[in-house]
Ligand binder design. Structure first.
Ligand SMILES: O=C(O)C(=O)CO
Length: 309
């Protein structure tokens, strides 16, 4: 019998085992550490990996990530013939889009400034701009960015996007590759990072990039903490080159007590809750993808292992 192993949250494992028993009884759903006969396990669904886990699965064919990202999985542990698949599921995309809309509106309406004024006991009014007078740019144009763009569109922001290879998205002016980065950045009053974390994108949110944004721009990082150089962000905020930041991710997570992000007046920090894999919906995406693989088709979200996303 074909077997899949779930490694992670016990409650999710139990729920998914019940749903698999009902919807895909031809697949034996097992929960780590109860491997049974490990030679039967062809599929693994996990958020992170350990060397022991991978070493215990000699016949692994496909690794399904529980998240939209795969950088949290140490793929150096995974033999090159094993296929790796990202999670694409409505729970993550909808919650991410909500978060980006919330953060973009909060920055557009100067919430960090008004909160600081409130704390200081001051009553200060600033001019209010229309969304159509504000430009929001997306670094990365994958599923999560596209869902966020779609959610922002009715508000009438000017929308820009940048990605390595470029993309065609209705109502969005897009830029591509290294040559497109500077002209893109020069126009972003609110910059949203939804890039995959790879060796090319690690540390991309750094002083050099901040200096290319318009003076007083704000950033939203809902991708990975590894994209951001923390000291560069604090310096850019303190000097006024950036006005505020919404951060949902950090490096490391959890961020240690006393880290400046916790107390910086221009930083809104949330604990990696922007886009959340929902147990109830993700299991159906996993089942649909497993059916595709078993039918010899391409799964949705297969990662190019050389490229890293
Ligand atoms: O899906 C992911 O990769 C996440 O980071 C979820 O929060």
């Amino acid at each position: 019998m074909t077997s899949i192993l779930h490694c992670g949250d016990e409650e999710r494992g139990t729920l998914w085992r019940d749903i698999f028993a009902r919807e895909m009884p031809e697949v034996d759903f097992r929960c780590w550490p109860d491997l049974g006969d490990a030679k039967e396990i062809r599929f693994l669904v996990a958020w992170t990996l350990t060397p022991e886990l991978i070493a215990s699965l000699p016949n692994l064919e496909v690794l399904f990530s529980i998240g939209a990202g795969v950088d949290q999985l140490d793929l150096s542990l995974v033999p090159p013939h094993v296929r790796v698949v990202r999670m694409i599921e409505p729970g993550i995309t909808v919650t991410m889009a909500q978060y980006i809309v919330m953060a973009a509106l909060a920055l557009h309406r100067d919430l960090p400034f008004y909160l600081a004024e409130q704390r200081a006991g001051r009553w200060t009014q600033r001019d209010v701009l229309l969304c159509s007078e504000r430009t929001v740019g997306f670094l990365g144009l994958g599923e999560l960015a596209r869902a966020s763009i779609q959610a922002l569109r009715p508000l009438s922001f000017n929308l820009l996007g940048w990605s390595r290879c470029g993309a065609d998205i209705e109502g969005v002016e897009t830029y591509a590759g290294p040559d497109g980065l500077d002209p893109f950045l020069a126009r972003c009053e609110i910059l949203v990072c939804l890039l995959p974390l790879t060796e090319e994108t690690r540390g991309i949110l750094c002083r050099k990039l901040f200096d290319r944004l318009p003076h007083g721009a704000a950033i939203i990082n809902a991708a990975r903490g590894g994209h951001l150089i923390a000291e560069d962000l604090c310096a850019a905020l303190d000097e006024g080159q950036l006005s505020a930041a919404f951060l949902d991710v950090a490096s490391p997570e959890p961020l240690p007590q006393g880290h400046p992000f916790y107390s910086h007046p221009a930083i809104f920090l949330t604990p990696h809750i922007a886009g959340v894999t929902r147990r109830e919906t993700a299991v159906h995406s996993l089942i649909a993808n497993l059916r595709r693989v078993l039918a010899g088709e391409e799964p949705d979200g297969e990662v190019d292992r050389a490229r890293g996303y």
